[in-house]
Design a protein around this ligand. Structure first.
Ligand SMILES: Nc1ncnc2c1ncn2[C@@H]1O[C@H](COP(=O)(O)OP(=O)(O)O)[C@@H](O)[C@H]1O
Length: 180
């Protein structure tokens, strides 16, 4: 019997609901899951090379990040929550969830976060052009990439139920010990 839970990547444009979904999944998953907010992790550990004032973003030290994540991922039972997913090796992921959001809703969510206008525009355009979805599709096999709408609380509830169902089936198929 294996005790390894799945590795789930939750990705999407900032503000689409990755962290909120991840927290709910940690609470509702039938197997223990560890939520790694990769952006926060990078900042906490100082794994970035420079801060771009104009775009208010970091250039991440990806080699360092991947080295540190490798053993965490190998242990299984992880949610990787990040606005990009192409840096992660294909072999890591059991499921890749791409959250999508209506652009006017996204605009409001990012405004509430006090992002400056340029950053709101950049993210909103990326969402309209489905940049993260295309990136996920280019990086992982199509059967493990799932696009989910995250406009409302109802969407979120349905998404969580669906992912919990997926985890239940996945763990049963692999006879994962759910008692841990
Ligand atoms: N499906 C949803 N319906 C309503 N509000 C949502 C939904 N998903 C996220 N939110 C809200 O949008 C904001 C951004 O969510 P968050 O999970 O922090 O996004 P991300 O981690 O993708 O940046 C939060 O205030 C959250 O409560």
């Amino acid at each position: 019997m294996s005790s390894k839970g799945p590795v789930i990547i939750i990705t999407g444009t900032p503000g689409t609901g990755k962290s909120t979904h991840s927290q709910l999944l940690v609470d509702e998953s039938p197997v223990p899951l560890k939520h790694i907010n990769v952006g926060e992790w990078v900042k906490e550990k100082g794994w970035f090379e420079e801060f771009d004032e104009e775009w208010q973003s970091y250039t991440v030290d990806e080699d360092k990040l991947l080295d540190e994540l490798e053993p965490v991922v190998a242990a299984g039972g992880v949610i990787l929550d990040w606005h990009t997913c192409e840096a992660f090796p294909e072999r890591w992921a059991d499921l890749v969830v791409v959250l999508r959001c209506d652009h006017s809703q996204l605009w409001q969510r990012l405004e509430k976060r006090n992002y400056h206008l340029k950053k709101i525009q950049e993210n909103n355009e990326a969402e309209i052009m489905q940049v993260v979805l295309e990136e996920a599709r280019a990086s992982y096999p199509p059967e493990i990439v799932v696009e989910l709408k995250s406009d409302s609380m109802q969407d979120m509830e349905a998404n969580i139920a669906r992912i919990v169902e997926w985890i239940t089936v996945w763990t049963k198929e692999r006879a994962v010990n759910v008692e841990t």
